[in-house]
Every structure is written in C-alpha cells, then in structure tokens.
Design a protein around this ligand. Sequence first.
Ligand code: PEP
Ligand code: MN
Length: 352
Amino acid sequence: MIVVMKADAAEADVEAACAHVRALGLVPHVSRGLQRTVIGVIGAAGERPQIHSLEGFRSVERLTEVSRPYKLVAREAHPEGSLVAVGGVEVGGREIALMAGPCAVESRDQIERAAEAVAAAGGRILRGGLFKPRTSPYSFAGLGERGLEFLRRAADRHGLAVVTEVLTPEQVPLVEAFADLLQVGARNMQNYALLEAVGRASRPVLLKRGLAARLEELLLAAERIALAGNPNVILCERGIRTYETATRNTLDVTAVPALKELSHLPVVVDPSHATGRRSLVGAAACAAVAAGADGLLIEVHPDPARALSDGAQSLDFSELAALVPRLVAHAVVEGRTLAPDRSRLDAATWLR
Ligand code: PEP
Ligand code: MN
C-alpha cells in the first residue's frame, strides 16, 4: 500500500501518518519527492483493513494498493492455470468446452430434443434454467424443481453434463444433487450469501460477470467462493451494460485475455446474452474462441419463435450445427480443440 500525502502536508502530518501505520503493526517507509511525500507501507496491509482509516486524515490525498486484493484466484497462486472438472468434462485445458441448451427448460420434450441436438453438434454440457431471474415479475420464471429431473435425464441420455442456475442459498442443496455445475447469474454476482453458499457446495461454480461489474469485482466474487471452500470456479463473460442499445449487452472480448492474465481460473463466454440477437451469436462466439476462451455457453431452442424466454438470441438446431465447424476452425488456429469427436470432419468441411 502506498500512502500519498497532500502537497502541503507538513512534517508533523507525515509523522502522524507513520505513527498510525506503526500502531497497526506495519512498517512505514517515507519517500520525499520534490512535490510531495509518499509513505510505502510494508506488511500484510490486506489483513489490516484499519489502514484505510488513513483516508480520513486531512493531510492524506489517497491510498494506492500495490498487491492485488484477491489471492486464491490470482494467477500467481497457480501460474499454469487451473482445470475444473464438470462431470466428466475438464474445463480449462486444451479443449474448448461447448455448453449449450435452452435459456429455460420448458418441457420434457423440449429439453430432450435440445439435448439430442447439443450432443450431435459436439456439445459437452447441457444448459437449461429452472429458476430464472427475470427482469419482469410477469415473465416466465422457469419450471423450478419439477424440471430438474427432465434436465438431468435428457443430459444423461446423451452423455452430457448439466449446468443450471441457482438463485438462492436455500436452493443449493437441491440443485447440487442434480447438476454438475452451479450457475450464479449476472444479477447475483454480488449476492454474498449465495456466493458463500456455493462456496460450501460440492459442485463447481460458473460465475457470471455482473451487468456493471469490473473485472476486479468479478474476481473478488470468485475469491469469496474460493475462500468459503470451493476452488472450482469458472468465470463467464456475458456482456456488460454500456450506452450501446443496438445489442442487448456489449461483449467485452478483451475481458477474456485480461482475466487470464490476472487469474488462473478458466474463462468462458456467453455470446447469447452478450449480444441478444441470433444473427450476432456466431461472430461473438468466434471472437471468444480467438480471444482464448475455455468454453462457450450458447442458447439453443427447438423453435426459437416459441421460446418462453430469450427466443431472439436462441439458435435453432441447424444454426448450432452450422456454427460448430466455424468454431472448430478458429480453435485450430489457437492450437485448441472443440467438439473433438467431430473436429477432424468439421474443420475439414469448413476450411475446404
Ligand atoms: C442465463 O444464462 O440464462 C442468464 C439468466 O444469464 P445472465 O445471468 O448472464 O443474464
Ligand atoms: Mn437466457
């Protein structure tokens, strides 16, 4: 931590700030420049939150952090990058994990057809919301508990793992009994009780970036999950809210390499919520692969025009099947694989 004194701070002010630092068991190092004096604070400033009371000193201009405020999820803690096992699928390795399925599970038939199409396209993980966080209280909010079995059975029949959203701490035991990956949605990225509850869970967590969250805030949310005991966190860039209204959100594609510099956790991209428009999902997904994403979370529906939620951004099955060879070609350029059982065929088809 660096304490920057105001330009007009007197020697007595500098000494008072140093005395405060010492009283906390930390060591001050004073450095006097031509214009102003700064005090370097040596020691575990992160474990002495009282250091921030220096901001209240009239002679102090600001405090600047030197080390990062998160530790467990920092890249330095695991320089080679971590692998997160989701059912039998490893996320964070050479293979880019394709996760796809409807926004919401609507019926046994719908999720069964989706599972078949996702598996046929080379997908590994079936998505489908049961507890839906909807902006309007009048919108379809999911089938709830009733749909968990539809989702699990459909996934099992096609050899897929399952990801679904959990909205409250109370839902965690129920959802972890059925799902392989617990999704914390964008609206809940700063729901600390939920983060701690999934931190105590036995399943890995897919943590979505909040609508207005900075990367540091996303990483601090991941740190909270890890600190509660669950190191298996996958970060998800799903677009952020900007002044642009032509798309539902703005895909922050550089968040992918930036997060990978800062953290060892796998990073996936959701091009569906990032764009909100079916016609843009493919381009956003390819950009994500080129940027180094470890996975993609894509909404697909047997009949998007009749979807109960997010139909405008959902691909139909033929659109998903057509997208995969493009993704495979981009993955090859990045030295990665995607849908490996189908890769040779798909890449060859696309590159021809
Ligand atoms: C979802 O994945 O269905 C969802 C609600 O996403 P987000 O939390 O990113 O809006
Ligand atoms: Mn959705």
